[in-house]
Design a protein around this ligand. Structure first.
Ligand code: AMP
Length: 182
């Protein structure tokens, strides 16, 4: 199964992806985690990504492609995976289709976690990651609305999209996602 967990920053994609990966026995790829690890380890991708991640802008698509190709080449991805925070642009969605087609795979589901902006901002301020300051959060939400949200229509037209209410207890939301996959 290839599951794309979709939604604005702070809707709980990372939390839900980790739980679902465990329950479903498939890999979890968070491009945000991959970039943070690359930045920490000062790899070539990390050096390229740092200024974008720090300011809440999107890392350029070619750099994203490098990290995704590397991760999805790993053996643990053979059984499927949950994609968390990727794709975020139409070019990334096309790149993903290309990568999957080459492996004889297709996206099984795109699940959009729906959370209102006030709840998102409150959650992110509470999380307190380096890029969770109010101004950077507003940047990230703006980037999401301009560049990433249009993918909802793209996946909806393909008949792959289900929206799930992302407000509530963590296990309630997990159950809603599992129901959407059934
Ligand atoms: P996240 O952990 O998903 O909130 O991502 C944190 C930051 O990593 C984002 O604000 C971007 O700078 C960068 N990032 C993560 N995934 C992507 C992606 N698919 N495309 C571009 N930038 C990304």
């Amino acid at each position: 199964m290839i599951l794309v967990l979709f939604g604005a920053p702070g809707v709980g994609k990372g939390t839900q992806a980790a739980i679902l990966a465990e329950k479903l026995g498939i890999a979890h790829l968070s491009t945000g985690d991959a970039f943070r690890a690359a930045i920490k380890n000062q790899t070539s991708v990390g050096l390229l990504a740092k200024e974008y991640v720090d300011s809440g802008k999107l890392v350029p698509d070619d750099v994203v492609a490098r990290i995704v190709e590397e991760a999805m080449g790993g053996e643990q991805f053979a059984a499927g995976c949950i994609l968390d925070g990727f794709p975020r642009t139409r070019a990334q969605a096309d790149a993903l289709d290309g990568l999957l087609t080459a492996k004889g795979l297709t996206i099984s589901h795109v699940v959009n976690l729906d959370v209102d902006d006030d709840t998102i901002i409150a959650r992110l301020l509470q999380r307190g990651r380096a890029d969770d300051q109010e101004e950077i959060i507003r940047n990230r939400l703006g980037v999401y609305n301009a560049e990433t949200a249009p993918l909802l229509e793209y996946y909806s037209e393909k008949g792959l999209l289900t929206s799930v209410n992302g407000v509530g207890e963590v296990d309630e939301v997990t159950q809603r996602v599992l129901t959407a996959l059934a």
